[in-house]
Design a protein around this ligand. Sequence first.
Ligand code: SAM
Length: 215
Amino acid sequence: MRLRNKPWAREKINAYPQYITPQPEGAKGRWNEIFGNDNPIHIEVGTGKGQFVTGMAKQNPHINYIGIEMYESVIITALDRLIEADLPNLKLLDVDGAELINYFEKGEVSRVYLNFSDPWPKTRHAKRRLTYKTFLSLYESIMPDEGEIHFKTDNQGLFEFSLKSFSEYGMLLNFVSLDLHNSGYEGNVMTEYEEKFSAKGQRIYRSEAKFQPRT
Ligand code: SAM
């Protein structure tokens, strides 16, 4: 599903099919062909204005990145960044991350990034959190056996919930930091929200979790 909220945003998106893949259902199973190489594909769900995914694509030219953002009025800022940077290894998708299965084949995506996902703090909204078990199952369905989820947030409650969710799903935690910016971790690419929250003195939490082969 595409959320159409600003006609001018739609027009701009339509003008750049080389960056925001039109009719992405038709790209399912063809992403390596679209990128023109066999490099791994990493996606960010909820890419916002695209600072992270653009920075990652610049830093890692041998990885293909796809930034997924469901609001057209937001993704056009990411589009502006991409137009300026003109990176061959980055595409954007204006779709709902809850429908990833429509756009990717099993094994097509080797890593999912979730950065500062909406926390949905009310218990009755837990199913909307992008680390809820139904979302983990969705990510697993488009990744190889040992696909990874790399997650950052400033929200302690969401971080605690997510670690429990990864663990209950049977994922292996390879990395956990309760204070990323003071952890000595190198190569961090900041997101917009990360810059905003860390400037206010908030701690940034980060984890890497890996799916385990089903026996
Ligand atoms: N990742 C960016 C950052 O760290 O600066 C943006 C964080 S912002 C809090 C969360 C973003 O995720 C919003 O732009 C929102 O529209 C997007 N989002 C939330 N749920 C989504 C979904 N199911 N599919 C695609 N985008 C989604």
